[in-house]
Design a protein around this ligand. Structure first.
Ligand SMILES: CC(=O)N[C@H]1[C@@H](OP(=O)(O)OP(=O)(O)OC[C@H]2O[C@@H](n3ccc(=O)[nH]c3=O)[C@H](O)[C@@H]2O)O[C@H](CO)[C@@H](O)[C@@H]1O
Length: 366
């Protein structure tokens, strides 16, 4: 008799590029495994760097793919060949071990698995994290059975019906759902500074200077966790040290959920998963959208928190240290306001997003 593990349905999750695609994929993978599914992850080398948090039981396959949207002429000319090779190998893999469903989270590394699913008639769906669809998701939107949307409204191509699920967050974030907020008081003040999955130079340029200009009664109590790109880390460490500020500077914090739970205030980019994490745990935020994101979607993402009273937004075009000092000081000096912002963030939370996505998976899998 076959073991339950081999009779369990197989879900193939395709995601790639940045953590912005990988973290929601991880959230769904965790739930599928908990529900008894087998799960495979199809990604590229870059995506694999963010796969460290995926459960061990998730089988990984590194695909060949490429984009014609970036890189030099030689890369652009070679891209169709690489994509074709990736599609052929995904089709061969599907013939050996046919998935019950394929779920794409966007990014060009999803092209081989999504194409193989379309050509072999495997049930398939996509999840779009942002209000403006990514290029690859847009390409497949009309060829899948379900289009799940993290943000609403999402600009779907004509004739495509989207379903709003929210952006799924990892189990480690769910473990801190609505962890009680401790408003800024007389004790230490925890400030978390995160720039999306890759870090953001602008935060390293401006935040240490803004914090150094805070009045001593706030500055001396600060405990800063600052995610800085490796190339910026030395100057960020030096800036905090010169100002006598206790700071933990790392290129990537593997324990963001715990640091978020401790934080009195978060300064962050407004990528989809960062905001999902901030709202599920419920913390006040100052957001600095990445203006060059496709369709300026980070500004739209940030706007929904600003409108709910959960965040203050500083567009990069007018960002400077004095205005940031003013807002950090205003929030850290006003516990009632900070608590209101934390509650407003929670009011936008979708902790059930992974479950909603899972329900769509079970509807179409066969
Ligand atoms: C620059 C860019 O184009 N960013 C896009 C990218 O986001 P990007 O890859 O920057 O990621 P997101 O902001 O969506 O998510 C980052 C995730 O990394 C976690 N984290 C962050 C820092 C850290 O030290 N440790 C850690 O675990 C955050 O808690 C969050 O869960 O994809 C998202 C989803 O398509 C988009 O909304 C973003 O606009």
């Amino acid at each position: 008799m076959a073991s339950p593990a081999t009779t369990a349905p197989l879900a193939l999750i395709a995601a790639g590029g940045t953590g912005g695609h990988m973290f929601p994929a991880q959230a769904l993978a965790e739930l599928l495994l908990a529900e008894g599914w087998r799960v495979k992850l199809s990604t590229d080398d870059r995506g694999a760097r963010y796969a460290g948090g995926f459960p061990e039981a998730v089988e990984r396959s590194i695909v060949r793919s490429a984009t014609t949207a970036r890189g030099g002429l030689a890369g652009k000319l070679a891209a169709p060949l690489k994509i074709a090779a990736g599609v052929l190998s995904a089709q061969a893999a599907f013939r050996r071990n046919r998935p019950a469903v394929v779920i794409g989270f966007g990014g060009y590394p999803t092209i081989p698995a999504m194409s193989a699913a379309v050509t072999l008639g495997v049930p398939r769906m996509i999840h779009e994290q942002n209000g403006v669809m990514g290029r690859v998701n847009r390409l497949f939107a009309a060829r899948v059975q379900r289009v799940a949307c993290g943000t609403w409204p999402t600009d779907l191509p004509a004739g495509v019906l989207g379903l709003h699920t929210g952006n799924p967050v990892r189990q480690a974030v769910l473990d801190q759902t609505a962890a009680p907020y401790s408003p800024p008081g007389a004790g230490p003040l925890h400030l978390l500074v995160i720039g999306g999955s890759q870090g953001a130079r602008v935060l390293s340029d401006v935040v240490p200077a803004a914090i150094a200009a805070l009045p001593p009664h706030l500055r001396t109590r600060l405990r800063v966790s600052h995610q800085a790109r490796t190339e910026d880390a030395d100057r960020v460490i030096a800036a905090y040290a010169d100002a006598g500020i206790a700071a933990d500077v790392q290129p990537f914090f593997t324990d963001v959920p715990e640091r978020l739970a401790r934080a009195q205030l978060v300064v962050s980019r407004s990528g989809a998963s960062s905001l999902a994490d901030i709202t599920v745990i419920g913390r006040p935020a100052i957001l600095i959208p990445y203006a060059a994101a496709t369709g300026d979607h980070q500004t739209a993402n940030a706007q929904s928190l600003a409108e709910a009273g959960a965040a203050l937004v500083h567009p990069e075009s007018v960002l400077d240290a004095p205005s940031l000092t003013r807002d950090i000081r205003a929030i850290l000096s006003d516990p009632a306001r900070a608590s209101q912002m934390a509650s407003a963030a929670l009011s936008l939370a979708r902790p059930d997003a992974a479950r909603r996505l899972y329900d769509l998976v079970t509807e179409i899998a066969r």
